[in-house]
Design a protein around this ligand. Sequence first.
Ligand SMILES: *Cc1c(COP(=O)(O)O)cnc(C)c1O
Length: 223
Amino acid sequence: MEVKENLQEIRQNIRQACGKVNRNPEEITIIAVTKYVTIERTQAALEAGIMNLGENRLEGFSDKYEAIGDKAVWHFIGSLQSRKVKDMINEIDVLHSLDRKSLAKEINKRANSVKSCFIQVNVSGEESKHGISPDEVVAFVESLQAYEKIRVDGLMTMAPNIEDEDKIRSVFRELRHLRELIISKNLSYAPCQGLSMGMSNDYHIAIEEGATHIRIGSKLVGQ
Ligand SMILES: *Cc1c(COP(=O)(O)O)cnc(C)c1O
């Protein structure tokens, strides 16, 4: 399918999910996750009206950034090794996978300006998933005060890859609850308005539960 047609269908589903819970579709940023596809396909996504791109590996990001540069807003959504920070932190716009103090420290050292970050939380508790555990999130955010280049703009999670919609929903709901806890702390460096959650198979549920950033790969740019 053409990216354009996929995008139309996704926008329709977003409107529908927003309608159910009285949200404005304009609150939702669609991030096209281009990790499986070529530069050409990524460019087709931009031509179809996508502005936000997501990559989960430094190599994939660098290749595409070289071709596309500042014509897109770049989201890094994969786990990030501290030693790679210097190679990308000033090229990306938003990091969705801040999950440890050593990484925050390295970003603080390498970033030229304040960096928009989402804290990755392992809500489902699956061992295969990155992210900090829910009961450590608030203390972790508080510990970031010392790093003037880090701004906590939201939380990010991945739901388990299962059929059980109630279980998926409860993961998203928990992330939203954690966001409210952080907001209630009134930390100037952690406005934390964002919720990065929802992928190809579950973004409709994520939107009903308050997602502000959905990360869609296969159903948007997949072919
Ligand atoms: C690959 C990936 C996505 C997109 O997955 P799809 O199921 O293809 O939509 C979203 N978020 C992260 C962190 C990913 O690694």
